[in-house]
Design a protein around this ligand. Structure first.
Ligand code: NAP
Ligand code: G3H
Length: 487
């Protein structure tokens, strides 16, 4: 099934108007594995002319797609989910090599995505419109009724990051399609092979020509061009705050849905269940080497419990599996690039120089950074504020929950936070004051289940994802007002 998308020299193609095509120029970008630097494939460096063709195709196809019944659209999505599962082994292999995620996590990402797609189809089938009587507003009689249904927005540009190349692409595509939009997917370059495989799945399931298209290329060459293209009606972006801010600066009158960076805090109060807290912090901070937007990226612990917590975390970190996912189901794996690893090392060095206590880790082999824990991190250190996107966790000691709230909220980010306590009053007190999209009580920060609202505030994003929320974001109300003649 996947032979269509590449040639015998591992030159991959893009999906445009139902065909797998090379770009106009013969320029290709190498995609190498972060595991062994082997060449996995080459993707077209699409040009502005290619982009124009894709946008036109998407615009033309959207009109026809909007007239396809919702139940037919749902059937195609159910088929996509089925095909994802049928091809799970091959897809997991591609993902593992491309983004260095362990095989088990790749498979769970794919099966989660199949569930996401099915749930999206179910939800869209059950969305209803409303009719609003006019006479509930002062001064109006009962002769007006507004009938409100939802309309697609048009062409959705979906830009996905490297870390969940199947899930964070599909979680844009599926709700956009169910809402009646066409989609142009621009996957991250490292992650594009997974993204192109996903596009093939949707195509094979029956998404009509032009309704889903892909663009690969260098963001430095076509990034601004695609986001400001007049053919685009909506941008659904997941990635770094830096790129998100740039997109919001250069675009105009195009609705944006953005999921960006984070610095999620785990706040630990004196009465926390220590074992549960430590287990959650370890899983939250170190799985997939901390390369999750929702990773636990700092711990704010009250002084009284800090020594015990640090001791427990250290014991658990010693047991984390580290290494190459080809050899074992490692939790801590090589980072996506040497640039990413260099950045994490800068943060480690800064913390060391400024006097934080290195509890464990701090060493690097190539792009592999060992799970690292710093205690007594202070607010003058970069690690207190910056998102490492790597397996490095700072412990910041605080005197009480108010100080924890103050430091948590001083961050530019506001994705999620956790609060660990056995006292429900304190949990609500802290939760109410945190400036984030979601607060987890006695659990690590995490996105799922995927029908929950998922959003970031401040520099962590704008708009809300989550299955129903995503469908609603990528559609708009259309009102038809019936004006009855007076009798
Ligand atoms: P990134 O560097 O911002 O890239 C994200 C996507 O944007 C990629 O497809 C990238 O393509 C593209 N891009 C880069 N520059 C662009 C431009 N000027 N115009 C248009 N597109 C452009 O992020 P990443 O390294 O892939 O992912 C890590 C970041 O994403 C972290 O900060 C993480 O917190 C955040 N993230 C957030 C969420 C969330 O839901 N809040 C989820 C996952 C990740 P190229 O690869 O071709 O440059
Ligand atoms: O990287 C960001 C993902 O949306 C995180 O999802 O919390 O399920 O790992 P997750």
């Amino acid at each position: 099934m996947f032979n269509y998308i590449k040639d015998e020299n591992r030159g991959f193609k893009n999906l445009m108007n139902g065909e797998w095509i090379d770009g106009i120029s013969s320029n290709l970008i190498d995609v190498n594995s972060p595991l062994d630097n082997s060449l996995l494939g080459r993707v077209p460096a699409m040009t502005k002319e290619d982009v124009d063709l894709v946008m036109k195709t998407a615009k033309d196809a959207q009109k026809k797609w909007n007239s396809v019944t919702i139940s037919k659209r749902a059937e195609i999505l159910y088929k996509s989910a089925e095909l994802l599962l049928e091809n799970i082994d091959e897809l997991a292999e591609v993902m593992m090599m491309e983004i260095a995620k362990d095989r088990k996590s790749c498979k769970s990402e794919i099966s989660r995505t199949a569930d996401f797609i099915k749930f999206t189809a179910d939800t869209a089938k059950n969305l209803t419109g409303e009719s609003i009587p006019g006479d509930s507003f002062p001064g109006f009689k009962n002769n007006k009724i507004s009938i409100v249904k939802r309309e697609p927005i048009g062409v959705v540009l979906a830009i996905s990051p490297f870390n969940y190349p199947i899930n964070l692409a599909a979680s844009k595509i599926a709700p956009a399609l169910m809402a009646g939009n066409s989609v142009v997917l621009k996957p991250s370059t490292q992650g594009s092979l997974s993204g192109l495989h996903l596009a093939r799945i949707f195509q094979q399931a029956g998404v009509p020509s032009g309704v889903l298209n892909t663009i690969t290329g260098r963001s430095s060459e076509i990034g601004d061009y695609i986001t400001t293209h007049k053919g685009i009606n909506f941008i659904n972006f997941t990635g770094s705050t830096e790129v998100g801010k740039r997109i919001s600066k250069i675009t105009s009158m195009v609705p944006l849905l953005m999921e960006l960076g984070g610095k999620d805090a785990a706040i630990v109060l004196e009465d926390a269940d220590l074992e549960l807290t430590a287990n959650n912090i370890i899983a939250g901070a170190y799985s997939y080497s901390g390369q999750r937007c929702t990773a636990v990226k700092r711990v704010l612990v009250v002084d009284k419990l800090a020594d015990e917590l640090v001791k427990k975390l250290k014991e658990k970190i010693e047991k984390i599996t580290v290494g190459n996912p080809l050899e074992a189901d490692a939790d801590v794996v090589p980072l996506i690039s040497s640039k990413a690893a260099d950045f994490v090392c800068e943060l480690i060095e800064d913390a060391r120089e400024k006097g934080a206590d290195l509890v464990i880790g701090g060493n690097r082999e190539g792009n592999l950074i060992y799970p690292t824990l710093f205690d007594n991190v202070t607010t003058d250190m970069r690690l207190a504020w910056e998102e490492p996107f790597g397996p490095v966790l700072p412990i910041i000691r605080v005197k009480d929950m108010d100080e924890a709230i103050e430091i948590a909220n001083r961050s530019e980010y506001g994705l999620q936070s956790s609060i660990f306590t056995e006292n429900i009053d304190n949990a609500f007190y802290v939760a109410d004051k945190l400036e984030v999209g979601t607060v987890q009580v006695n659990n690590k920060t995490e996105r799922g289940p995927d029908h929950f609202p998922f959003l970031g505030v401040k520099s962590s994003g704008m708009g809300t994802q989550g299955i129903r929320y995503s469908i609603e974001s990528m559609s708009r109300p259309k009102a038809t007002v019936i004006n009855l003649r007076e009798r």
